[in-house]
Write a protein that binds this ligand. Structure first.
Ligand code: CO
Length: 685
C-alpha cells in the first residue's frame, strides 16, 4: 500500500456534523449532465433541476457537472432551451459549489474541430456565463487540440482539468497501444501544459478494478496535481474500481445521485458515503440530505423521464462492453441506427466489422465523436459494401479523420482506406500533420454575416456557428419568428398520469373496441402524440382534450422492427417507382400521417410525377436523417458521382451522389427537413 492510499479506520460516527476526515475524498456530482445524458438521452430540463439545486449545493460536492457534452446540442435541438441560460439560471441556486463542464477540446460541444476564433469565444463566453471547471478532452488524446482553449481558460482564471480518454484494444490494460506507460506519458504532458488536475475518462466503463489501482497509483507517483477518475458503470466494474482507486490514493471521484446512477451512468454516491464513513477518506456527506434529494427526484422529476430509460432488458449491466470494449452509448446508437434501417438482424456483422474499422482508422479511442465516426462507418460498411468493394459509402467525418482534421491517431490510418477516403477530398488528397485548427479558416465573421440580426449577441452567434441548421431554428423560436413545435414542450406530471391511465385502459382492452368503431371523433388541433412503450411493444397514442377529459383519438401499435431486413439500397442506386401509397402497418383506425415537413408534402407530387414518367432516376434516403443542404437545384446539370444532397444521420454527414448524368428534375425537401428511409430526395432526368 503506498502512502497516498493508506486507509485508516477511525471511530464510526454518522452524525452530519461529524469531525472532518484527515484526507476526505472529493466528489464531483454528474447527475445534471452525464447522469441524464447517459440514462435519459440528455433530455433533462432546467426546470427539473431547480427543485433539487439548493439542497445539492449543501451536500459539499467538490463540483457539480451540469453543462457541456451533449447538453448544448439537445437543449436547443429538442427542448427549446437556450443552453447558455442554464448556467446562469442554476448559478442562482448553486451559491457555493463550483460548476464543471465537459469540453471536447477543439470540438467544444460539437462533433468536429472548430476554428480558433470560435474556440476562444466559446470558452470566454462559458466562463463569463458562470463556468468554473473546464474538463477538457480530445477524442484522439491529441493534446495539440488543447493548445487554443487552455490559455483562454487560464486567462479567465478558471480550472483546467486535462482528461485522458481511457481506451483498450485488449480486454485489460496493456496490448500494443494503451499501456500504463501510455497513460503516464499523457498525464505528464497535461501537467506540463499547466493542468490544474488530471482526469482519467473511462467513458465506456472498461477499467477493471486492479488496472485502476495500478494506474491511479502510478499517476499519484508520477505527477503532482490532483488525480480524478471518471468511470461509467456500464460493464458493472466501476463501483469496484472506485474502491480500488480510493485505496490507490485518488483525489476526486465522479458519482451520481442514485436515481441517475448505474446502468450506463456512474456509481451512486450513497453507498460510497457509507463505505468510507469512519475512515480517513470519509466524504463527510450527510446521508439524510442525499436521501431527501433522492425522494424529490424519484417522485416529482423522474416520472417525466422514465419513458426514456432503456428498459428493454432486465440486467443493469452490459456484458457486451466486456466482450467488445465498446461504450454502451455507442452500442445503443448502433442498435438504433440498424433499427431505423430495418437491419437489426445484422448486429452480429457490425460487431465483427467494428474492430477492423477501428484498427483501419488508427485504433482511436471510442468517445464522442470518434465512437460515432467509427460506429456509423461500420454500419455503412455492413449495409452498403460488396464483395468487391469495401468503404463504398464513406462519411464526411471519416474523410476529415483521414485528412488529419481531428488530429493524430494512436497508430497510423490504413494507407489504402486513407487514399480512398481522400480521393477528391475538398481540402486536398495529402493528409496534414500539423495541429488541425491551423488549417481551419476563421468562422465567426462568415457566420455573423449569414445569421445577421437573428443572433442578438455572441451567445446566439456561437449557437448558430456550432449548429447552423438546428441553431437557426432555435433562434427563430427564441425570438418568436416561428412557433415552437408541440414536441419540444415540456410534459407535466399531469400528462404522465393521464398517459398511465390511458395505457392501463388500453391494456385492459377497454379502449381498443371504441377506437375501432366507425364514429371516431375528429382530431382537434390540440392533439398531442405520445410514444408509449410496454416491454418490447411500442404504441403511438394521440390524446385530445374534450370537455376537460382526455379522449383517446387513436392508438396505433407500431410493429417490432421487421426481420428479415429488406435489402438496403445504397445511395443513388436506381430504384423502381414507389407504390402509390407508402405501405403502412395495418393498424386500427387510420393512423395519422407521419409528421412531415410542409415542404415535403408540397413537393411530393412533383416527385411522383417525375417518377411516373418513367424517365426519372430517384435519389432516395438510404437512412432516416435530416437534410443539411442540397448542393444542386432543379434545372442544374449533374455528372454521375456529383454530390446532390447532404444528409445528416446519427450526427454524421453523408454526401449522396448522383447515380447518373442528367438534369435535376425535382428537389423534394429543404434544409432542416427530416426524412424517412427511402424518401425520394431528388429526381434526375
Ligand atoms: Co462520461
Amino acid at each position: 500500500m503506498n502512502e497516498h492510499g493508506r486507509i485508516e479506520m477511525c471511530e464510526i460516527n454518522c452524525e452530519k456534523n461529524r469531525p472532518k476526515a484527515k484526507n476526505p475524498l472529493k466528489i464531483e456530482d454528474l447527475t445534471l449532465r452525464d447522469g441524464h445524458q447517459s440514462l435519459f438521452a440528455t433530455r433533462g430540463r432546467t426546470e427539473d433541476m431547480i427543485p433539487v439545486a439548493e439542497r445539492m449545493d449543501e451536500v459539499g460536492f467538490w463540483a457539480v457537472e451540469m453543462w457541456g457534452g451533449a447538453t448544448f446540442d439537445t437543449m436547443h435541438r429538442y427542448l427549446n432551451e437556450d443552453p447558455w441560460e442554464r448556467i446562469r439560471t442554476l448559478k442562482r441556486y448553486f451559491k457555493k459549489t463550483p460548476f464543471s463542464m465537459l469540453l471536447r477540446g477543439q470540438n467544444l460541444v460539437g462533433y468536429r474541430n472548430y476554428a480558433d476564433d470560435v474556440a476562444e469565444l466559446f470558452v470566454n463566453r462559458a466562463a463569463e456565463n458562470g463556468m468554473d471547471i473546464f474538463r477538457t478532452f480530445d477524442a484522439l488524446n491529441d493534446f495539440r487540440n488543447f493548445e487554443c482553449v487552455v490559455p483562454v481558460i487560464k486567462k479567465c482564471g478558471k480550472h483546467f482539468q486535462g482528461s485522458i480518454c481511457y481506451s483498450l484494444t485488449e480486454p485489460r490494460m496493456g496490448g500494443k497501444v494503451y499501456t500504463l506507460e501510455y497513460y503516464i506519458k499523457k498525464a505528464k504532458e497535461l501537467e506540463a501544459m499547466g493542468a490544474d488536475s488530471v482526469c482519467i475518462k473511462d467513458m465506456a466503463g472498461l477499467m477493471a478494478p486492479y488496472d485502476t489501482f495500478k494506474l491511479i497509483k502510478a499517476l499519484k507517483e508520477n505527477i503532482g496535481i490532483p488525480v480524478h477518475l471518471h468511470s461509467h458503470f456500464t460493464s458493472g466494474m466501476a463501483s469496484m474500481s472506485h474502491l480500488k482507486a480510493v485505496e490507490a490514493g485518488v483525489d476526486i471521484l465522479d458519482t451520481c445521485l442514485s436515481p441517475y446512477a448505474y446502468r450506463t451512468s456512474h456509481p451512486a454516491i450513497e453507498p460510497l458515503v457509507m463505505t468510507l464513513m469512519g475512515t480517513n477518506r470519509d466524504t463527510g456527506f450527510d446521508i439524510q440530505l442525499l436521501a431527501s434529494i433522492n425522494e424529490t427526484l424519484e417522485k416529482e422529476i423522474l416520472p417525466k423521464y422514465k419513458h426514456l430509460l432503456d428498459d428493454t432488458k432486465v440486467s443493469v449491466i452490459d456484458t457486451n462492453v466486456l466482450l467488445h470494449q465498446t461504450p454502451g452509448g455507442m452500442l445503443s446508437n448502433l442498435v438504433n441506427q440498424l433499427r431505423q434501417m430495418d437491419a437489426l438482424d445484422r448486429i452480429g456483422e457490425v460487431f465483427k466489422e467494428l474492430p477492423r474499422v477501428r484498427k483501419e482508422l488508427g485504433q482511436v479511442p471510442l468517445v464522442t465523436p470518434t465512437s460515432q465516426i467509427v460506429g456509423i462507418q461500420t454500419v455503412n460498411n455492413v449495409l452498403f459494401d460488396t464483395e468487391e468493394e469495401r468503404y463504398k459509402m464513406i462519411t464526411a467525418q471519416v474523410k476529415d479523420l483521414c485528412y488529419g482534421l481531428y488530429g493524430k491517431t494512436s497508430i497510423p490510418i490504413d494507407p489504402e482506406v486513407q487514399k480512398k477516403a481522400l480521393k477528391g477530398y475538398e481540402r486536398g488528397e495529402t493528409p496534414i500533420t500539423c495541429r488541425p485548427a491551423e488549417v481551419l479558416e476563421p468562422e465567426l465573421e462568415k457566420a455573423k454575416k449569414e445569421i445577421g440580426d437573428l443572433a442578438a449577441d455572441e451567445d446566439d452567434l456561437i449557437l448558430y456557428t456550432l449548429f447552423p441548421v438546428t441553431g437557426k431554428k432555435f433562434l427563430m423560436y427564441k425570438y418568436g419568428k416561428e412557433e415552437v413545435p408541440e414536441s419540444m414542450k415540456a410534459i407535466t406530471l399531469e400528462d404522465v398520469k393521464k398517459e398511465a391511465e390511458l395505457l392501463k385502459k388500453l391494456k385492459a382492452g377497454e379502449l381498443a373496441e371504441k377506437s375501432c368503431s366507425s364514429d371516431i371523433p375528429e382530431k382537434s388541433a390540440n392533439i398531442r402524440t405520445f410514444n408509449v412503450f410496454v416491454g418490447d411493444e411500442y404504441f403511438e397514442i394521440g390524446v385530445d382534450e374534450v370537455g376537460g377529459s382526455p379522449v383517446l383519438a387513436y392508438a396505433q401499435q407500431v410493429p417490432a422492427p421487421a426481420a428479415p431486413a429488406a435489402p438496403a439500397t445504397p445511395a443513388g442506386t436506381m430504384v423502381p417507382p414507389p407504390p402509390a401509397a407508402a405501405a403502412k402497418p395495418a393498424a386500427m383506425p387510420a393512423p395519422p400521417a407521419a409528421p412531415a415537413p410542409a415542404a415535403s408534402k408540397a413537393a411530393k407530387p412533383a416527385a411522383a410525377t417525375a417518377s411516373a414518367s418513367g424517365s426519372g432516376v430517384q435519389i432516395k434516403a438510404p437512412m432516416p436523417g435530416m437534410i443539411i443542404k442540397y448542393e444542386k437545384n432543379v434545372g442544374d446539370s449533374v455528372k454521375k458521382g456529383d454530390t446532390v444532397v447532404i444528409l445528416e444521420a446519427m450526427k454524421m454527414e453523408n454526401a449522396l451522389p448522383a447515380p447518373t448524368d442528367g438534369v435535376i428534375a425535382a428537389v423534394n425537401f429543404g434544409t432542416g427537413d427530416s426524412v424517412a428511409k427511402d424518401d425520394i430526395l431528388a429526381v434526375i432526368e
